[in-house]
Design a protein around this ligand. Structure first.
Ligand SMILES: [Zn+2]
Length: 108
């Protein structure tokens, strides 16, 4: 099986915690085999051993996309990332959550 995937998913930036659209691309050459089965001549293919003889293509797509997902999703464009633009300019923005928390503690 050979496939190329290109999707856009909703993600949360781990730097600024804002939701954003993340572009994911994945390419795969898979050799789908039964357990302990071998096949010659497919060196460039990644072997996936299947426990069942039937499969849903959707499950493979899902697996490939999960693997393509970065460990920590972040804005690729630093101009779009609030955490990075805050560092460059307005530092007050960064301390605001703590100021709000302090104000709340004073009230209690
Ligand atoms: Zn961000």
């Amino acid at each position: 099986m050979e496939c190329e995937l290109a999707v856009t998913v909703d993600a949360v930036c781990q730097r600024c915690l804002e939701a954003f659209r993340l572009q994911l691309d994945a390419e795969a050459k898979l050799l789908l085999l039964e357990l302990d089965e071998t096949a010659d001549g497919y060196d460039e293919y990644e072997v996936w051993e299947l426990e069942e003889t039937t499969l849903r293509p959707k499950d493979i797509v899902e697996e490939l996309l999960v693997m393509a997902m970065p460990f920590a999703a972040m804005h690729a464009d630093s101009a779009a990332c609030k955490a990075l633009s805050a560092e460059a300019g307005d530092k007050e923005e960064m301390t605001k959550p703590f100021a709000a928390l302090r104000a709340q503690m004073m009230q209690d």
